[in-house]
Design a protein around this ligand. Structure first.
Ligand code: NAP
Length: 541
């Protein structure tokens, strides 16, 4: 073993929720830790996605970190879904309160990470050529953080601002009185449209595939509600820990559409719909994600709601998703999205069948039918989920193997945390982890990673090697479960949940759909059993 002492025990890339959790749990384990981020602030997703209307889709009081009872007690959320500004203020509060700033280095973009086998350390190199070394390398880069730019002719020709929605100008953008074109119609656009329409001259959405959009129903967190939340916060944390999607819902509810009288089904759906949130799918019936017939019942209910809300039948028809089940694409929550199309200044262009985009010009967007003039163009075209951030830099494991080469056809992992041939490397919510309320999964992942590192330090190991056989087993298990779900139909509708939105890659299994709660159990079992998925080694001194 070389005598080089690493700069830190642990270095994580990414100063969002995951990075803050890394600082807490690694410091608690007595390790030296640094978190690096290319952004100029903490926040991760919430510092990049400053678009109008950006807010959480999980309710704020469980879209948060739970390791500090004091913070849970002191912090006060103002609304059911917190906007990006409040979420950023919360993250600053956490960093201040827990004295995390000395562990954070911003404006530092890591361009490569190399595992040095002889020394048993990771060497990270930033854009300025500085190196940062550590024994344990953690990716806290987020699972929806690497933007996908559309391949549209003339994209650089537009004379005004034209940018990806997740690269919203940090200094803000004055769009009042301006003509705005938005390409894409996913969760981002669903949040952006009603807010921008209030002051923009007009907003035109270029839509390829419509989504099933469910109501969020924003409301203030009143004193009474806050008292109720804080009276037993642990019960909320426990609910998240034990829920299939890591959310504070009471499910399963013990009722299936298949076994319920159709009139009673409609009554339940009508009663639950105005409550808002994902409770509409998680606290109504249990067979929505497993049975195509039951899924079609709720899908049809949602289609009817679109026709009720959107006055122009032609626009309603265009906004109505068809030919795929609810959840084959991740359904967004809305804050007046459908109603926005009843305004005179909001327009929808069907770029799938009627008028595909031909090019972006200096003054707007040309389709097969028309030329639309704009002052601002927003590319809300989505992300390379799960693998994108990890593939955007050169991560080299044993023998110089590049992670993006290893993942060429299968983006395999062990529980979304480890990858064979990449010793001492840990991912937080990596590929083949569940898709769940992110702070819940992040904390479960970081506690697991901290347990692994604590074992290594206590037993004086230098290297933990993920076993290829364990990876093969997880890949197979995850694929088996995936194949049984309706989400497997996502490749028909470009779902990012399968990487089917990427032009240069084949769709693949990116998510463990066996239930986040069961997955958290598996993490615990692995830690309790001494991490049988890994081999531990000491390097010769
Ligand atoms: P998205 O759901 O992947 O939507 C991207 C949109 O861009 C789709 O409508 C897609 O059309 C379209 N598109 C992509 N390439 C295109 C091209 N070349 N030409 C024309 N249209 C193109 O992305 P997103 O809206 O940014 O949301 C991604 C995920 O981020 C969400 O599902 C969610 O998990 C997360 N998110 C969460 C929140 C929240 O929790 N509050 C808010 C925003 C985002 P097709 O569908 O036809 O491919």
């Amino acid at each position: 073993m070389s005598s080089e002492k690493p700069d830190y025990d642990v270095i994580a890339i990414g100063a969002g929720f995951a990075g803050l959790a890394v600082i807490h749990f690694m410091r608690e384990a007595g390790l030296s830790v640094k978190v690096l981020d290319r952004a100029s602030d903490v926040g991760g997703t919430w510092t990049w996605n400053r678009y109008p209307g950006a807010a959480t889709d999980s309710e704020s009081f469980y879209y948060c970190l739970t390791f500090s009872k004091e913070i849970l007690e002191e912090w006060r959320w103002s609304e059911r879904y917190s906007g990006w500004e409040e979420t950023l203020r919360y993250m600053h509060f956490v960093a201040d309160k827990c004295d995390m700033w000395p562990h954070i280095q911003l404006d530092t973009e890591i361009v490569s990470a190399d595992y040095e086998e002889d020394a048993g350390l990771w060497r990270l190199t930033d854009g300025a050529g500085e190196t940062h070394t550590c024994k344990y390398f953690v990716s806290a880069m987020g699972m929806i953080s690497q933007p996908v730019m559309p391949n549209i002719k003339g994209i650089d020709q537009f004379s005004g601002p034209c940018f990806h929605s997740s690269r919203w100008p940090q200094e803000g953008l004055d769009y009042a009185g301006k003509r705005v074109g938005i390409i894409g119609c996913g969760a981002t656009t669903v949040q952006m449209v009603p807010v921008m329409a209030e002051t923009a001259a007009n907003v035109t959405v270029f839509q390829r595939t419509p989504n099933f959009v469910m109501p969020a129903v924003q409301k203030p967190i009143t004193d009474e509600w806050e008292a109720e939340i804080k009276a037993d916060y642990q019960a909320i944390i426990d609910k998240c820990r034990n829920h299939v999607f890591g959310m504070a819902f009471d499910s399963p509810v013990g009722r299936n559409i298949a076994d319920t009288d159709p009139d009673e089904v409609q009554r339940v759906l009508e009663e639950e719909y105005p409550r808002g949130s994902f409770s509409f799918v998680f606290e109504t019936f249990d067979d929505l994600l497993g049975s195509a017939e039951s899924n079609e019942v709720i899908s049809e209910f949602l289609r009817a709601k679109i026709r009720e809300k959107v006055k122009d039948p032609a626009v309603a028809e265009l906004l109505t998703p068809k030919g795929y089940p609810l959840f084959a694409k991740r359904p967004p929550l809305d804050h007046g999205f459908y109603e926005a199309f009843n305004r005179d200044n909001v327009h929808l262009v069907d770029i799938k069948d009627r008028e595909p985009i031909e090019e972006i010009t200096a003054t707007g967007i040309r389709t097969a039918e028309d030329h639309y003039e704009f002052d601002i163009i927003v590319l809300a075209t989505g992300f390379q989920a799960y693998t994108g951030a990890l593939e955007a830099l050169d991560i080299r494991g044993k023998g110089g193997l590049l992670l993006r080469d290893k993942w060429e056809s299968v983006s395999g992992s062990i529980m979304g945390v480890f990858v064979a041939d990449f010793p001492n490397m840990f991912m937080i919510t990596g590929p083949q982890a569940p898709f769940a309320n992110l702070p819940t999964s992040i904390e479960q992942n970081v506690m697991y990673i901290a347990d692994c590192i604590k074992k290594m330090e206590a037993e004086e190991f230098d290297v933990c090697e993920p076993r290829q056989t364990a990876e093969d087993e997880w890949v197979e298990h995850t694929a088996d479960i995936h194949a049984q779900t309706l989400m497997a139909q996502g490749d028909r509708v470009n779902s990012w949940m399968m990487g089917a939105n990427l032009e240069n890659k084949a769709p693949r299994v990116l998510i463990y759909f066996g239930g986040a709660n069961l997955y958290y159990d598996k993490l615990r079992e692995s830690a309790d059993d001494g991490f049988p998925e890994l081999t531990f080694e000491r390097l010769a001194s």
